[in-house]
Design a protein. Sequence first.
Length: 309
Amino acid sequence: MTDLQAILDSIHAELLPRLGEGKVADYIPELAKVDPKQFGMAIATVDGNVRSVGDADIPFSIQSISKVFMLTLALGKVGEALWKRVGREPSGTAFNSIVQLEREEGIPRNPFVNAGAIAVSDVVLSGHAPREAIGELLRFVRYVADDESITIDDKVARSETQTGFRNIALANFMRAYNNLNHPVEHVLGVYFHQCALSMSCEQLARAGLYLAARGTNPITGHSVVSPKRARRINALMLTCGHYDGSGDFAYHVGLPGKSGVGGGILAVAPGIGSIAVWSPGLNKVGNSQLGAVALEMLAARTGWSVFGD
Ligand code: GLU
C-alpha cells in the first residue's frame, strides 16, 4: 500500500524552500493581496479517506476550477446540445484570448477557456435570474463536496466585476455572434461569482471525487453524472484544462486537471482519487507554478498517470 501521507509530507518538505515562486494574479486586485508563500495539498481517495498537508484547510479563490462544476451543470441541463455553442478542442491560446473567438465566429474552442465558460454560464442561466443560477451552482458544489460551509467571496466577485474588461469584451463579442442568450451583465454576474467560489484543498478534493469514481461520490453515495459523462469531462480536463499549458501538464503530470488563477489545481486520478493543490504563484500561462510541480512529484511517486507508471 502506498503511504500517501508520507508522499504528501515529502512533497511539502521538498517544496518549502521554493514557496513564493511564480507571480500571483494581479489583474484581479483582490487576488493580488494573497500571500504567495502559502501551499496546501489534499488527496481524497475513492475509499473515502482524505489526506492533506500544509495550508490544505485554508479557503482560496478557486477561479477557473469552477468551470468544471458549471460544465457538469450545463451538460445536465442541455446534454450534448451544449456542443453546438462550445467546441471541444484545445485552444493553444491564452485563457482570455479574443483573436481566436473572432476567427471562429463566436464559438469558443472549449468550455475551459474564458469565452467557453462564459457561454456555459449563459446555458446555466436559462430560465433563472442571475442570483438563482449562482445559488444553483453553490448548492451543487456543496452537494458534491458534502460541505454546507462553502461560500462565494463577494469581495473577489466585486473586484473582478470592476476590472474584468477582457471578459466583458469576450461576452459582448459572443453576444454579437448570437452565442449568448442573456444580457451580458447577467451572464458575467454569474461568471464572476462562480469564479469567486472560495474552497480549501480538502473541500475541493472531496468535490472532485465524482470524476474519479465514475460519476458517483463514493463517500456520500450521491450519483452526480453517468460514468460516460464523468469520463468525457475528464477527457476535456486532460486536453483543455490548462489553457495553452495543457500539453505540458499532460506531459509532466499525466492526469486530467483544471487550473485557476487563484493558484489552485484540481486533478483527477480515475478510479483512485481526486487531488487539489494550491500555491498562488502562477507560471507564464496562468497556471500554478508549484502546484504543477507538486502534482508531477505525486504522479511520479504514485504511478497514477493515466498513461501508465
Ligand atoms: N476569473 C478569471 C478570469 O476570468 C478566471 C481565469 C482563471 O482562473 O484561469 O479572468
